[in-house]
Write a protein that binds this ligand. Structure first.
Ligand SMILES: Nc1ncnc2c1ncn2[C@@H]1O[C@H](COP(=O)(O)OP(=O)(O)O)[C@@H](O)[C@H]1O
Ligand SMILES: O=COP(=O)(O)O
Ligand SMILES: [Mg+2]
Length: 544
């Protein structure tokens, strides 16, 4: 690693703009963006993927490798990534710093506590919870209905035992007993607000707008009603500043905000992306899980709110995920099987069609695994050609930037020869059901949408308020285009069920939960935590 100021001096960032967190990490405050804001933006490339296996298909790895390759070709390129959550780190997927020779470093720091942003977001979330319960204990002047507190406590871990708890037990001195639920911090509305706010002033306004629940006269109660917005903003003073680190090839990596894309909007912060666009020719960013989740939310929420216009999209596919979508069990995904690849190819084709609906040029990147066979790779290359999709084989995991030259050249060609006519999928003036229907039918391929009674009533109520014009943020399984994780490939003619709808008035979208999606994941049978350790020299081992 190079001392972090040496990495950023190359793209014009002076040390005086940087707040150092050791030699290899820094934060940057608004003064740098203020100096650069009249500069023209560089190009914006989104990296998304087909529906993944539980291990993930290499979007973050490809994002990093592509940017390294673009730098090798003499372009000034940076990555804009999300921060890892401790949930997956200790759970199934592990960290979120890429892999192989395409990683951001120092990976142990970034994957664990980084610069404390997610801890600060957890505290801001929970100071609001403590103020709510204290308000009720101290006479409840706002007449908060303790059965209708919608605000949840947060913790950045996978802990199913916290999904449904009771707080306030133990008698009068401990407050009023009520049902409570924890969500993982990356699903918190505070995380979304940090990712979508323009600056400190906007952050505070958004925090004040958070709806924490309703009172006994059915009036919605906000964080501002409880005078909590100031303290929350104070706790987030540093968390709203983007983090600067580097890749294994010493190229710039701006990392900030960490919402998942299944239970939240899945994109890194607007502030980090805007900054990267001023600092370099090509910003490569990513959005979580498959294009039905991360890319849809990147386009219809982040780009809409920020006025960003993506210039190209890289759609990551893997032989293993195509076979998984072709019906092969997880344990057999390394066995060559062109027939299974052919069957699963329908998923890739659907995502190509979906991305074309946003009028953004697409490049398919096949993220090569050592277990891939020549026949499987050739089949995918030929089928992409038949589908008229630009294709590149990416070996960035095994070779770093060197392995991404074909992909970088295809992306550069696309940027030079194809124009993006990006447009969100739906207009703000549709009502909430119409927005849900547009995404579910056009992107997922659903033929019918069912609404649980409670969700239908809440949507009916929201349509009568100014929140009718907000975009929807659909939470559903990442494994299937539908809301049923067992329906792989390209399911058609299916029905999805809206279980819950709730306003994130601060973030500026309506959260819509489909199927059995939960906002507090659980740990698996063998959590990654079991293989993480620290040796006598203080080196962390087992983190991946
Ligand atoms: N080509 C590859 N070969 C082997 N492992 C890979 C490859 N690409 C990614 N991985 C690993 O797969 C996991 C998921 O990669 P990641 O880039 O985090 O995917 P995503 O961002 O799509 O979830 C990581 O552990 C990463 O190291
Ligand atoms: O929200 C999920 O992000 P990844 O797909 O990068 O794990
Ligand atoms: Mg990722």
């Amino acid at each position: 690693m190079l001392p972090i100021e040496q990495v950023y001096e190359k793209i014009g960032v002076k040390a005086e703009h940087m707040e150092f967190y050791g030699r290899y990490k820094a934060k940057v405050d608004d003064s740098l963006y203020e100096e650069l804001k009249n500069k023209p933006d560089g190009k914006l490339v989104l990296v998304t993927a087909i529906n993944p296996t539980p291990a993930g298909e290499g979007k973050t790895t490809t994002t990093i490798g592509l940017s390294q390759a673009l730098n090798k070709l003499g372009k000034k390129s940076a990555v804009a990534l999300r921060e890892p959550s401790l949930g997956p780190c200790m759970g199934v997927k592990g960290g979120a710093t890429g892999g192989g020779y395409s990683q951001v470093v120092p990976m142990e720091d970034i994957n664990l506590h980084f610069t404390g942003d997610i801890h600060a977001i957890t505290c801001a979330n929970n100071v609001l919870s403590s103020i709510i319960d204290n308000h009720i204990q101290q006479g409840n002047a706002l007449k908060i209905d303790t059965r209708r507190v919608t605000w949840k406590r947060a913790l950045d871990l996978n802990d199913r035992a916290l999904r449904n708890v009771i707080v306030g037990l133990g008698g009068k001195q401990n407050g009023f007993a009520r049902e409570e639920s924890f969500q993982i911090t990356v699903a918190s509305e505070i995380m979304a607000i940090v990712c979508l706010c323009d600056d400190l002033k906007d952050l505070k306004k958004r925090l004040g707008r958070i709806i924490i629940g309703y009172n006994t006269e059915n009036k919605q109660i906000t964080a501002k009603d409880l005078k909590a917005d100031g303290a929350m903003a104070a706790l987030l003073k540093d968390a709203i500043k983007p983090n600067l680190v580097q890749t294994l090839e010493n190229t710039p990596a701006v990392i900030h905000g960490g919402p998942f894309a299944n239970i939240a909007h899945g994109c890194n912060s607007i502030r980090a992306t805007r900054l990267a666009l001023k600092l370099c020719d090509i910003t490569v960013t990513e959005a979580g899980f498959g294009a039905d989740l991360g890319a849809e939310k990147f386009f219809d929420i982040k780009c809409r709110i920020a006025g960003l216009k993506p210039d190209a999209a890289v759609l990551v596919a893997t032989v293993r995920a195509l076979k998984y979508n072709g019906g092969i069990a997880r344990d057999n995904l390394s066995i060559p099987d062109v027939e299974a690849v052919r069957k699963g190819f329908v998923n890739l084709r659907k995502h190509i069609e979906n991305l074309q609906k946003y009028k953004v040029p697409v490049v398919v990147a096949l993220n090569a695994f050592t277990s891939d066979s020549e026949d499987e790779i050739s089949f995918i290359r030929e089928e992409c050609a038949k589908a008229g999709a630009t294709f590149a084989l990416s070996e960035v995991w095994a070779k770093g930037g060197e392995g991404g030259l074909e992909l970088a050249q295809k992306v550069l060609e696309t940027l030079e020869t194809k124009t993006s006519a990006f447009k969100p999928l739906y207009e703000n003036d549709l009502n909430i059901e119409e927005k849900i229907e547009t995404v579910c039918k056009q992107i997922y391929g659903a033929s019918k949408i069912n609404y649980d009674a409670k969700a239908a009533a809440e949507i009916k109520r929201l349509n009568k308020t100014s929140m009718r014009k907000l975009p929807v943020c659909i939470a559903k399984t990442q494994y299937s285009l539908s809301d049923d994780p067992s329906l792989l490939g390209r399911p058609e003619g299916f029905t999805v069920t809206v279980r819950e709808a709730r306003p994130s008035a601060g973030a500026g979208f309506i959260v819509v939960l489909l199927g059995d999606i939960m906002t507090m994941p659980g740990l698996p049978k063998q959590p990654a935590a079991e293989v993480i350790d620290i040796d006598e020299n203080g080196n962390i081992i087992g983190l991946f």
